[in-house]
Design a protein around this ligand. Structure first.
Ligand code: ADP
Ligand code: MG
Length: 725
């Protein structure tokens, strides 16, 4: 055991951060705020909190320090705290602990607590001054997540009230000066990095080197693509033609003179909207046939393309052979067994391949990576304030991200990085990604500002590192008033207070609350969970009709939401028989989504117990035995003001909303198959603007339901809609 400890210490001492230990501790003792920047993998997250902990224990014996270190993600919170406990030869929950939503490990002696940013924000709710906390470390600030930007405003205001509190901000990129000036010019400690050289190839070089040919056929991914993609076809086509002409132009330029005619021809087939599953498979096979050892890290956009690619690779005779390849996924919703395997060395002769989201860019370091394959995209939420429409789309990454991805290949030895897009596209990437606060809806954030009693919403947000557009702020406040979470004076209502206890979007929170009160929680848990995950109804492009027909079997009540409830209930039964896979396959359902819904249901249930809205002993069992009107009421209560009127004409019907006029139904909706709907209204979860506005996830409701449950119960704001009648 002691030799283990010795080995750990040697490992730690070899990290670049270790050599800066004194400089870091010095800066912290002399300044209230310190910024530390250093390349990913240099030891910021695992070492710096430990330096503070150790020096507190060593020099201030008897003093009880309390260090909080925030992480943007649940997964890294758990894996990092566990790693540090191991390095210290302890069990998790002794001096080092963690806390994430609904889970944690923390003991009486815990001095260093890792938690998600959301957890610290919740703590501030009851402990405004962070009494007894000695150090706050905010990690990964370069990611510019909304919660982190928000936390920084709150902490900045807190510092004068707590002069002895120390704030340490850690960043993986060099734009530390932005943060330094935000806090009035505080010192930046720079940890010099070291990585081995990485040879990088852009698409044209990959083709030239390997002789792989792009064709119209292999430039299509064989999987049911993300729902938003399809409805955004028009938009994508436009963007695609812009990129295509940039590539065309590049092909004509002098840069391409040295490439073979085959490569040049191949490049003209490149499809920017294709993740390149076929090329990735080809490259993995090439790497596996290579003598050079080392793990492969493939950057994808999310669990949907990761799991589709994983299925494809598993069907390959070499890549799917566990004696030769250890194929792993790394994304926000993976199981913890998989998490551990990511860091482990595979058996000799086995090649480790990790399919990851941008999480592996900076917050998780896999040491033995030698090869990186970068598809150049990440899922990005964006928000169009003008149309008040949010979307989640795979988007091109920034230059900084592409460099981070490349750097992952040079941890242990010189590496190789394959970017699956041309150099000219890289040159057109933005330098940095736009901070989240500037590109997402602000409703939840505004609620949080009110809950923390931080005064006027717009005044508070004007103090951010980069303030969001005024229009975006106004839209959010207006929405919260309409749904009854804020009153006219922008004060929290009773409903608003309940909503802040539930860490989900306000509309989903409203459904959970009313579902609890009306005692029809079981199906509502499924509806809410279903709206929180990727669309469980798959729609592969080549089997669209079959998939739509499969969905229609679950439809009886003019509601996509209830179709989901029935699909889930069927899965629940099938799960006991064959794990539910065959059922999913037959019905074009995503098994991953079904499992995610299952675990989210449990999560929401325990959150609701915490709010006191339901009894701790409530028994939940699936069976369709609910009054259908009750369910429509709950769904309407949540989705209002997302509502359109149904106008029937001879053969069919048309839809109209107050803001957009005529709108269309997304073809995926069960209601798009009917020519008549025996209700006057449709509530919808989402509208997407392309050339026209499309509604998706809809439920039909009656006049009386809209009148009673539209807006808030206390404030029936349905006048406008009544006039439309
Ligand atoms: P930074 O925060 O600067 O990116 P980290 O402190 O996360 O760096 O990582 C330092 C080193 O510790 C890396 O070499 C990384 O691979 C290793 N490490 C981090 N977490 C784990 C883990 N859970 N298991 C094994 N090694 C880990
Ligand atoms: Mg880190």
């Amino acid at each position: 055991e002691s030799s283990d400890g010795w080995r750990m210490l040697q490992l730690r001492k070899n990290l670049p951060a270790y050599k800066e230990k004194d400089a870091i501790l010095n800066a912290i003792s002399q300044n209230q705020v310190v910024i530390i920047s250093g390349e990913t993998g240099c030891g910021k997250t695992t070492q710096i909190p430990q330096f503070i902990l150790e020096s507190e224990i060593e020099y201030f014996r008897g003093a009880t320090c309390s260090i909080i270190c925030t992480q943007p993600r649940r997964i890294s919170t758990m894996s990092v705290s566990e790693r540090i406990a191991t390095e210290r030869g302890e069990k998790l929950g002794e001096t080092v602990g963690y806390k994430v939503r609904l889970e944690g490990m923390k003991g009486r002696d815990t001095r260093l607590l890792f938690c998600t940013t959301g957890i610290l924000l919740r703590r501030l709710l009851v402990d405004r001054n962070l009494k007894d906390v000695t150090h706050v470390i905010v990690d990964e600030i370069h990611e510019r997540g909304m919660n982190e930007d928000f936390l920084l405003i709150v902490l900045k205001e807190l510092l004068p009230r707590r002069p002895e509190l120390r704030l340490i901000l850690m960043s993986a990129t060099l734009d530390a000066n932005l943060f330094s000036s935000y806090f009035g010019g505080v010192p930046v400690v720079q940890i010099p990095g070291f990585t081995h050289p990485v040879h990088s190839f852009f698409l044209e070089d990959v083709l030239e080197k390997t002789g792989y040919r792009l064709t119209a056929e292999n430039q299509i991914d064989d999987y049911g693509q993300e729902r938003t993609w399809k409805s955004n076809k028009q938009f994508i086509r436009k963007r695609k033609s812009q990129i295509a002409s940039a590539v065309e132009e590049a092909l004509m330029s002098a840069d391409f003179r040295n490439y073979s005619p085959q490569t040049r021809e191949s490049m003209s087939y490149w499809n920017p909207d294709c993740m390149g599953f076929n090329l990735i498979e080809f490259l993995l096979l090439t790497i596996c046939g290579n003598e050079k050892p080392g793990a492969v890290l493939v950057f994808m956009t999310g669990w949907d393309d990761i799991s589709s690619l994983k299925d494809k690779l598993q069907a390959n005779h070499l890549l799917g052979d566990p004696r030769r390849v250890l194929l792993l996924a790394c994304h926000g919703s993976m199981a913890s067994i998989e998490q551990k395997q990511i860091f482990e060395k595979p058996e000799p002769g086995v090649r480790k391949i990790v399919l990851a989201t941008n999480m592996a860019e900076t917050s998780i370091t896999i040491d033995d990576v030698v090869f990186v394959i970068d598809c150049g995209k990440a899922k990005e939420t964006s928000y169009d304030a003008l149309n008040n429409t949010p979307c989640l789309l795979p988007a091109w990454i920034s230059k900084v991200s592409a460099k981070q991805r490349r750097g992952r290949a040079g941890r242990v030895q010189p590496g190789e990085c394959y970017h699956l897009y041309p150099r000219c596209v890289f040159n057109a990437f933005a330098e940095y990604q736009l901070p989240e606060i500037l590109r997402t809806p602000l409703q939840s954030l505004c609620l949080q500002i009110k809950t923390l009693k931080l005064g006027s919403i717009s005044e508070f947000l004007s103090k951010a590192l980069q303030s969001p557009e005024l229009l975006a702020v106004q839209n959010a406040i207006e929405y919260l008033k309409v749904i009854g979470a804020l009153d006219e004076k922008e004060n929290l209502t009773v409903l608003g207070r309940y909503l802040t206890m539930l860490p989900v979007e306000p509309k989903l929170g409203k459904m959970l609350i009313l579902g609890s009160i009306l005692n029809c929680l079981d199906p509502i848990l499924t509806v809410v969970a279903g709206l929180s995950v990727r669309d469980p109804f798959l729609a592969p492009l080549d089997k669209k009709d079959l998939a739509e027909a499969a969905k229609a079997q679950f439809s009886r009540d003019h509601s996509d939401h209830f179709a989901l409830v029935r699909a889930y209930e069927g899965w629940k039964v099938a799960e006991h028989e064959l794990g539910g896979y065959e059922y999913c396959w037959k019905n074009f359902l995503s098994a991953q989504s079904m499992k995610a819904i299952d675990s989210l249901r449990r999560e929401f249930l325990s959150l609701l117990k915490d709010t006191g809205l339901i009894d701790g002993n409530i028994v939940i069992y699936n069976a369709w035995s609910y009054d259908e009107n009750l369910l429509r009421a709950v769904v309407c209560y949540g989705l209002y003001p997302g509502i359109s009127s149904i106008v029937h004409n001879e053969k069919s019907f048309s839809l109209k909303t107050m803001e957009d006029g005529q709108v269309l139904l997304h073809s995926n909706s069960v209601n798009s198959r009917d020519s008549r709907i025996p209700f006057p209204w449709l509530v919808f979860n989402e509208k997407i603007k392309v050339n026209s506005v499309f509604l998706r996830d809809t439920t039909a409701v009656s006049d009386s339901i809209l009148l009673l449950f539209g807006g808030s119960i206390s404030k029936g704001d349905t006048d406008g809609h009544l006039k439309m009648l």
